[in-house]
Design a protein around this ligand. Sequence first.
Ligand code: BES
Ligand code: ZN
Length: 459
Amino acid sequence: MTLDNVLSQIDADLPQALDRLMELLRIPSISTDTAYKADCDRAADWLVEDLKSLGVDAEKRATPGHPMVVGHIDGPGPHVLFYGHYDVQPVDPLNLWDRDPFDPEIQDTAKGRVIRGRGSADDKGQLMTFVEACRAWKAIHGSLPCKITFFFEGEEESGSPSLVPFMKENAAELKADMALICDTGLFESRVPAITTMLRGLLGEELTIKAADKDLHSGYFGGAAANPIRVLSNVISALHDENGKITVPGFYDGVPEVSNSMRAQWDGLGFDAEAFLGGVGLSVPAGEKGRSVLEMIWSRPTCEVNGIWGGYTGDGFKTVIASEAHAKISFRLVGDQDPHAIRESFRTFVEGMLPADCAVEWHAHGASKAGRFDTDNPAYEAARQALSDEWPDTAAYIGCGGSIPIAGHFQNLLATPPVLIGFGKDDDQIHSPNEKYDLESFHKGTRSWARILAALQQAG
Ligand code: BES
Ligand code: ZN
């Protein structure tokens, strides 16, 4: 059978596929830091060359930020767009890494072999699973089973500022029968999964200012407003004693999980203890009366992602800082409107400021939650194909993270997104010592070959 030949080719070519991934991982394409602009460009060039080696008509496309990579190759089956991102998160704190984040290596661990390095799981390793599946298919058949458009972005980890304009300008070229997105994970690090719900994201940065200079905390302390204390008050007022967010109107558009969805989630047998235990925690810290799965998939959150001000160096300094800063993000669900929440949050904070204090705002990204319709026959085809590759039957799951482009495919291009990925809960994405299991990479590649075959057959 021809699919078997493709799968055998993937197995035989695994060492070379890993070498290619290592080359890509060595390029430090950190999109948020301008010092790595040339490296982002280099990662895009590398991908263009790699796609060309498969016979894909690929190009780097300039944007006001980092370039996109777009490639096309013809085939008999449906027109499939594949999306991944080649940019990565910053690596700090660097001292917590066991090795250079951009000097990747294959390591033997108690849980099996892993590819260690920044971007191995998010998202270069995932992106390459699809490319390698195509390469193997091409090697066996000389052509591909579907018409494929490749679309790689280099700004995903920094809020995708160029994405929507680019998608609008190139809508006719990018529109397809479906968009495959490889940027999610397995359920419980084991069960193959199609993600059908994503949370939205709203980012806000604020600076609270009081005196016009830093002050001696003995000379002025007691009489002077302290912006760090004001900021702490604001932050502690954002949640009530039940873990609910207090910003007025915040829960507008938050739906309850339907009974059928709840039943399906119950059927997954999620192990909340193991999930929290995996990161050294034991007690869920979210809204009272909600399950852990609800907390991460279907409830909105407000988190402080960073906070700074005053003296944080060695030793001690008795100072009242003139400024305090925080980065705060909200994960959104259902129909929550990020713009309305931004307004309401700002009004809420401004209403809490005492005399002589002012706040300055810096807006970060705003994206709505996404929910994708599994009625599309591509879903069932992909689910079957995944179930053939993995020991467990594939599941439809939610995801607490945010992938705004999935909504853009749906809303801007009328192209239904299908989110499939092979990451595991302990991949440490965005953290030190990020890794991607060899199993994820190898079986992920095999999964895509099966999915392409299934999509061709489904027509
Ligand atoms: N790959 C992640 C999304 C993700 C997170 C999938 C957790 C599965 C589990 C993606 O690259 C990401 O990190 N997205 C950002 C949002 C972006 C707009 C900065 C996120 O979710 O914080
Ligand atoms: Zn990602």
